[in-house]
Design a protein around this ligand. Structure first.
Ligand SMILES: C[S@@+](CC[C@H](N)C(=O)[O-])C[C@H]1O[C@@H](n2cnc3c(N)ncnc32)[C@H](O)[C@@H]1O
Length: 257
């Protein structure tokens, strides 16, 4: 089913992402923006050189703000690259020497890169000996996976991202013949408001889910109904205390250098 809806701009994405975070347990297990302090505690006295690659200016600004507010980051340096991963790769390739890293993470971002296998290959090549690459991605057991695979016909065509889950990443890693371990983390997303007509929170959440601006206001009736019914299927969500909880399970994949 086609729709006339538009993709989210980066500002709209930031807003929709915030609402998603406020209603999910996504960040309960994900050490985003806090890993420098964890590393310092584990390796006291060691200098940590961090490079951040992030194309969205608002996300870069929010991260800088957190760094400015954090105490005890004297031994941590930050280099900011407001770039996509492929733009960063291009910059690295133009230099004669390639910097190596002990730890690289790609947390919930592979959906948006242009070429997933090559992005993984490139960042894996940036690891130093004994380095680790951490990929966090939606699990194949998540409701998103069912939505993307079984109920894709209920989604608008505007979402330009890849419908990728842990099993797709594992297939790529197996093809590359690299060693990795996978850890599963349960996560929930309360999507109840998505079913309340005219609810602004529900509007933002469904926009995040579909990668579409004002999905509820612009999608044809049959597409909306199809998506709302799909979201209620037991393979996607469960009911707790009258709330509708989407399965947002995550996989953490640790790749060896
Ligand atoms: C779902 S958010 C996850 C943010 C953060 N890692 C977290 O887990 O909270 C996806 C992030 O990927 C960034 N992104 C989008 N396209 C990208 C690309 N081509 N290369 C690198 N990052 C990208 C977005 O700007 C956004 O900050």
């Amino acid at each position: 089913m086609a729709s006339t809806s538009a993709s989210l701009t980066s500002e709209e994405y930031v807003e929709a992402f915030k609402v998603f975070l406020e209603h999910s347990t996504e960040h309960q297990y994900v050490p985003t923006n806090g890993e420098e302090q964890i590393l310092q505690a584990e390796h006291p006295g060691v200098f940590v050189n961090t490079e951040i690659i992030e194309p969205n200016p608002q996300h870069v600004a929010a991260y800088k703000e957190l760094v400015n507010q954090a105490p005890d980051l004297q031994r941590v340096s930050f280099v900011w690259h407001q770039l996509t991963s492929s733009q960063y790769e291009q910059q690295v390739m133009e230099k004669s020497t390639q910097k190596k890293f002990d730890f690289i993470h790609m947390i919930q971002m592979l959906y948006r890169v242009e070429d997933i296998p090559n992005t993984i290959k490139f960042f894996h090549s940036c690891l130093d000996h004994h380095g680790k690459l951490l990929i966090i991605i939606l699990s194949e057991s998540s409701g998103w996976a069912t939505l993307w695979k079984k109920y894709r016909h209920c989604l608008p065509l505007t979402d330009s991202g890849h419908y990728v889950t842990s099993s797709d990443i594992e297939d790529i890693l197996k093809r590359f013949g690299v060693e990795y371990q996978v850890y599963e983390f349960p996560s929930d997303w309360d999507i109840t408001e998505c079913f309340i007509e005219g609810d602004p929170v529900g509007g933002h959440m469904i926009d995040f889910l579909t990668g579409t601006k004002n999905f509820l206001g612009t999608a044809p009736m049959d597409l909306k109904k199809c998506l709302q019914e799909a979201l209620c299927q037991p393979e996607c969500s469960s009911r707790k205390d009258g709330r509708i909880i989407l399965n947002n399970n995550l996989s953490m994949i640790v790749v060896e250098s």
